[in-house]
Write a protein that binds this ligand. Structure first.
Ligand code: MV4
Length: 457
């Protein structure tokens, strides 16, 4: 049993974790940077420790300071949230060596999945479909040419240490292949200190569909269905939903079983997400695994009724999963909108500053996960997400209606937000019909239709 947990994060996810701890009767320690001295998570925690100045590299990424805070406060475990140190195998290792439980998988699993080349090869070994591509790393231009010739253009060059789009290049011919290969290597070296890249056949406008899994430390693994995360712009997701309008009962079963096998292949434990690309013909391919709780976890919580953060804590305490696969039921439809302090009329440029008024919606089927309050100042040091609006209803049509109602109620003054753009998408015919893929948002923006709406204001 844990008596006290340290939360090595900030913002809405720090609050989310504190709330789960309170309900479980576990005491909490917040660590915060000087930019977050007035934040809600700091004040809702039982204790708080300042770990440095605003830049993440001087505070939320400082392993020694976080471990010092954990030792001083005598915590049993650390929850890393998402981002920052959540997928840092070294941090998980340091926690282990200090006899502090890291609430997540072990350093072995983080490492196995963190290297995308390695993850791909592991999946191939257990016969899980991966996108056609190179056998492991592509070391030089000559190999790149050979691989591309075999696959046929277009191909995509990806960083082994990547994820989320960094160090990625698409090539439509040999000249752009060579340019892209070298550019991707340089970018990967700069971003990750690892220049290794690999090559895949480039799938045109696939869907991004991911499966939530939970695994205990006794070898039991279940999946909790999928989230469709295809509505994204420059690798930033804007709207996520569950179930995916593209996936039926049979495909869900097949992909869910594949996700469970992927987790088993690395002896995974705790919460994780298997990302797939799905093409027009509903062929699916393993893309990567995220070894953390994700931003969009609430849509899964709403349709399954499972509190994923509490599940993470219980798993870390050594408990067995309380649900078998056949006991997990999916009810209704959930949609999450990420609300960012950005100006959608100016290329989504960040808009930090003081929030004069923050008046979130409520009512049946509406959940708002946010750390913001009226008078709060959004720091330019962190990402621009200021709230998540999650709606749940009996079916997709009613979820969209509820989402529109809630977005209309939402009042935020003092900073510009992405809400007008989200409202535009929520009322677009293709979205309403569930006809979208990963190219959808760029197409909408390129059409100019959204910017015309500004003229009516
Ligand atoms: C792909 C792909 C198509 N084919 N891989 C995006 C994030 C990173 N995790 C991998 N991503 C993709 N991988 C193959 N083989 C399409 C994407 C992708 C994407 C690529 C370029 C520009 C925008 C994109 C948006 C979503 C997904």
């Amino acid at each position: 049993m844990f008596n006290k947990i340290l939360i090595a994060n900030r913002g809405e996810i720090a609050l989310r974790i504190i709330r789960a701890c309170k309900e479980l009767g576990i005491k909490t320690v917040a660590v915060f940077s000087s930019a977050d001295a007035d934040s809600m998570f700091r004040h809702l925690a039982d204790e708080s420790v300042c770990i440095g100045p605003p830049p993440p590299s001087s505070s939320y990424l400082m392993i020694q300071r976080i471990i010092s805070a954990a030792e001083i406060c005598d915590v049993d475990a650390i929850h890393p949230g998402y981002g920052f140190l959540a997928e840092n195998a070294h941090f998980a290792e340091v926690c282990r060596s200090c006899d502090i439980k890291f609430i997540g998988p072990g350093p072995e699993q983080i490492t196995a999945m963190g290297d995308k080349v390695n993850a791909r090869e592991t999946m191939k070994k257990v016969k899980i479909p991966v996108t056609p591509g190179s056998d492991g790393e592509v070391p030089d231009e000559a190999t790149a040419k050979k691989v591309a010739k075999k696959l046929g253009f277009p191909v995509i060059i990806k960083a082994s240490a990547g994820g989320g789009g960094k160090g990625m290049r698409i090539a439509h011919n040999e000249a752009s292949l060579i340019r892209g290969f070298n550019a991707a290597k340089l970018e990967a070296e700069k971003a990750f200190g690892n220049s290794s890249v690999y090559i895949e056949k480039f799938l045109e406008n696939p869907r991004h569909i991911e499966f939530q899994i939970l695994a205990d430390e006794h070898g039991n693994v279940v999946h909790l269905g999928e989230r469709d995360c295809s509505i994204q712009r420059r690798h930033q997701k804007l709207i996520e939903e569950s179930p995916s309008p593209f996936i039926g009962v049979d495909l869900r079963k097949k992909m869910g079983e594949t996700a469970v096998r992927a987790a088993q292949a690395v002896k995974y434990f705790n919460a994780g997400t298997i990302e797939f690309l799905v093409d027009k013909n509903k062929n699916f391919y393993f893309m990567e695994m995220n070894t953390r709780i994700q931003v969009e976890h609430p849509v899964t919580e709403e349709v399954t009724g499972v509190d994923l953060v509490k599940a993470q804590i219980k798993i870390a305490m050594g408990e067995k999963l309380s649900l078998r696969q056949k006991e997990i039921q999916f009810r209704g439809h959930a949609i999450e909108c990420r609300i960012n302090a950005e100006n959608p009329y100016n290329d989504f440029s960040p808009c930090p500053g003081k929030v004069a008024l923050f008046c979130p919606p409520g009512g049946f089927g509406v959940r708002v996960d946010s750390h913001v309050y009226s008078g709060y100042t959004i720091s330019p040091n962190y990402d621009s997400m200021i709230a998540k609006l999650i709606v749940h209803a009996d079916d997709r049509k009613q979820a969209i209606a509820r989402c529109n109602r809630a977005l209309e109620e939402f009042e935020i003054k003092g900073v510009k937000t992405s809400i007008p753009f989200t409202q535009f998408i929520m009322n677009s015919r293709d979205f309403i019909e569930g006809k979208y893929d990963t190219g959808y948002l760029e197409n909408v923006l390129n059409s100019g239709q959204f910017h015309k709406t500004q003229e009516n204001k």
